[in-house]
Design a protein around this ligand. Structure first.
Ligand code: SAM
Length: 236
């Protein structure tokens, strides 16, 4: 992967960023995404935020190498602390991390008001998508688009959300599977949930052998297994 040749995952994320957004890419190792989008002339301004020195230095180097210091501001900061109100950010990408970490970054940004609530969010959790959807639901976001794709034997989901006038109350099932993905149900979606089903069945078998009171945990997993089997039964 480089700034001219993004991974399929980041390419899809980039396509979901609205044209001429003022973008904050949080967790921007090498700044590949903002650099690619500015080179494509899709954006004129972006922030590449990084909390770890190594990836921050790599991002700075990448931006300089491409002569984009005027368009891309590389900042060493934790999460949305990289963003100021005066940046007038209109889109935020947070990609390639676990869903719980993405949720924590959003929550900290919400609390500090670095996240204004009017930005388009394009989120790509590697695992734990449910935590992201829970946060979006609680904070009044509507999930506008979702994608699922497979690359190098890994399955990735992308969630696009913004706060709309009409608030949507997502069900437990929608938060687990994704409200948009539930409707589209692609082959990759089924592949993912077949694997998730097997994992839960294994966990259940282990819990059945474990000592101590596992009742509540087992009940929750049994319920999820039933939901997954129900969704998988629609596969044609
Ligand atoms: N976003 C890129 C992508 O999708 O290919 C890089 C993903 S990389 C696996 C995750 C990056 O997020 C790392 O460079 C890490 O240092 C950074 N990161 C993790 N927590 C962060 C935080 N709280 N604030 C900013 N960056 C963070």
């Amino acid at each position: 992967m480089n700034e001219n040749q993004l991974s399929e995952r980041l390419k899809r994320v980039g396509e979901l960023v609205p044209k001429q957004s003022r973008l904050a890419d949080i967790g921007s190792d090498h700044a590949y995404l903002p650099v690619a989008l500015v080179l494509q002339k899709k954006l004129d301004f972006a922030i590449a935020g990084e909390v770890v020195t190594g990836p921050y230095e790599a991002a700075k180097k990448q931006v300089r190498k491409n002569g984009l210091d005027q368009q891309i501001s590389v900042r060493l900061a934790n999460g949305l602390d990289a963003v100021n109100k005066s940046d007038e950010i209109s889109a935020v990408t947070i990609c390639g991390m676990g869903g719980a970490l993405i949720r924590d970054i959003l929550e900290a940004g919400w609390t500090s008001q670095r996240l204004q609530g009017n930005e388009r969010l394009i989120l790509q959790p590697n695992i734990g998508e449910r935590a992201v959807r829970d946060w979006l639901t609680i904070h009044g976001y509507t999930i506008l688009e979702e994608e699922i794709l497979e690359e190098n034997n890994k399955i990735y989901e992308i969630i696009v959300a913004s706060r709309e006038v009409q608030r949507v109350a997502y069900s437990e099932k929608e938060r687990l599977f994704g409200p948009v993905l539930l409707n589209t149900q692609s082959p990759v979606f089924y592949k993912k949930w077949q694997s998730e089903l097997r994992q839960r069945q294994n966990i259940l078998a282990q819990l059945a052998k474990a000592t101590g009171d596992q009742q509540a945990r087992m009940q929750q997993i049994e319920q999820e297994i039933t939901e997954i089997q129900e969704v998988l039964s629609h596969e044609s």
